[in-house]
Ligand binder design. Structure first.
Ligand code: IMP
Length: 427
């Protein structure tokens, strides 16, 4: 019953696509359990580069069944265009399964996301503008539209009416926008129904049966630990639970079934959107990390904010996710620095603090306490084993492992599928 959770240990964009894809060849199911097309995975296969937003990265592995779990929010137009984009490039997508309980991102959810951000002005979250937050809000408010509603026109009509009742008041009276017509939304959603139907399934049953049959199931988190609605830097977070517990609720498997939780950890830190980021750099080092690391959002095209590695965050991720392993990515990006600063603790109002403060105000004031580690200048992209790495790169990895609280079982040394050092096998 090998069930692995793979998730971002920082603020997302740690290189999960590469890690999931690497495991994709040996897993039977790859399941997304939260988020939607706010995610962005870049997967490089041979000389082909794929940017996925909604679909699980297992879609690129022929033997693997990709699953969109009940905890995901699905924009049908994005789903269909991502599928047809892959089909045009010869990728077979026919095995995809979508939970009938997953919620739909409707056109009005996208409108509300954009309008709300504009209204917040300088207090904005910096969302991806894809309607993620408003769709989860509707789900919690019990006025959401689910995939299964597409197959009962009268229910769909009633639910869209219920959702727009209040929303149109807000749009017209508060935001000074035009009301959205129920009929137009219903017609658009029904237009997607038949195309999506072949994929819709009872994914909870299928996944639990697969685990009973000893199949390997990989749960793939979108975003990252510090963007979690409960455990992240609220309110500058996404509206779902990328942390390990989210895999259970977002896919319908019990916690006793999870055998391994792997945190993807970038060898430095990045963040998109607003919110605190203690090790953020505003100098040429930050610019160099952005340039060398290609730190530009796959989904939004926004430049990512860049900074040094933060061990306090890594320890926190180990704790809230119960991590059993780390997959360290992008170590090659750090090649060329004489010394590499690593944040080992914070200074908050003159006091040294070793763990992530629960208080938002304290975290906003946190200043990094750095330890300097010696750098390396050799090209490491061809390294196949840990011993192939220059001594200082080995020490950097070992230091991160000690500070972060879980073994580093794989190291990414380049963007390609095979540019990875495997230390302990994941399966
Ligand atoms: P939302 O998920 O679009 O509501 O955006 C909320 C916050 O999460 C914003 O700061 C986004 O930039 C951030 N975010 C959402 N998805 C990702 C991701 O896949 N990687 C990194 N940041 C993300």
């Amino acid at each position: 019953m090998p069930a692995l959770v793979l998730l971002g240990a920082q603020w997302g964009d740690e290189g999960k696509g590469k890690a999931t894809d690497l495991l994709g060849g040996s897993v039977d199911y790859v399941v997304r359990y939260q988020g939607g097309n706010n995610a962005g995975h870049t997967v490089v296969v041979g000389d082909q580069k794929y940017a996925l937003h909604l679909l699980p990265s297992g879609i690129l592995s022929p033997g693997c069944t990709p699953v969109i779990g009940n905890g995901v929010v699905v924009d049908p137009s994005v789903l269909l265009s991502e599928l047809s984009g892959l089909n045009e490039r010869g990728v077979d997508t026919s095995k995809l399964l979508i939970s009938g309980n997953a919620h739909i991102i409707t056109p009005y959810n996208v409108t509300v996301d954009k309008v709300t951000e504009r209204f917040l002005g300088k207090r904005k979250i910096g969302t991806t503008g894809r309607g993620i937050g408003p769709t989860y809000a509707d789900k919690i408010n019990r006025v959401g539209i689910r995939v299964q509603d597409l197959y009962d026109e009268s229910i769909l009509q009633q639910k869209v009416e219920a959702a727009l009742d209040v929303k149109n008041q807000i749009l017209t009276k508060l935001y000074n926008r035009r009301a959205i017509a129920v009929e137009q939304v219903v017609e658009e959603l029904l237009g997607y129904a038949e195309q999506i139907k072949p994929y819709v399934a009872d994914t909870v049953l299928i996944l639990n049966q697969a685990l009973e049959d000893n199949k390997v199931v990989l749960f793939e988190g979108g975003q990252g630990t510090l963007l979690d609605i409960d455990h992240g830097t609220y309110p500058f977070v996404t509206s779902s639970n990328p942390t390990a517990g989210g895999a259970c609720t977002g896919a319908g498997v019990g916690p006793t079934k999870i055998s391994r939780v792997i945190g993807i950890l970038k060898a430095y830190t990045t963040r998109v959107g607003a919110g605190p980021f203690p090790t953020e750099l505003f100098d040429e080092d930050g610019e160099a990390l952005r340039r060398i690391g290609g730190e530009r959002g796959v989904t939004t095209g926004r430049d990512r904010r860049c900074g040094w590695f933060d061990a306090v965050i890594a320890r926190y991720a180990t704790r809230v996710n119960g991590l059993t392993d780390f997959f360290l990515t992008k170590l090659d990006v750090l090649t060329g620095w004489e010394q590499i600063p690593v944040c080992v603790a914070y200074e908050i109002d003159g006091q040294r603090v070793d763990e992530l403060p629960y208080s938002q105000s304290d975290f906003h004031h946190a200043k990094p306490v750095y330890e300097m580690l010696p750098g390396w200048s050799e090209d490491i992209s061809k390294a196949k084993t840990f011993a192939d790495l220059p001594k200082n790169a080995q020490s950097y990895v070992k230091a991160l492992e000690e500070m972060s609280g879980a073994p580093i079982s794989a190291i990414g040394v380049g963007p390609g599928r095979d540019e990875t050092i495997e230390i302990n096998s994941f399966i």
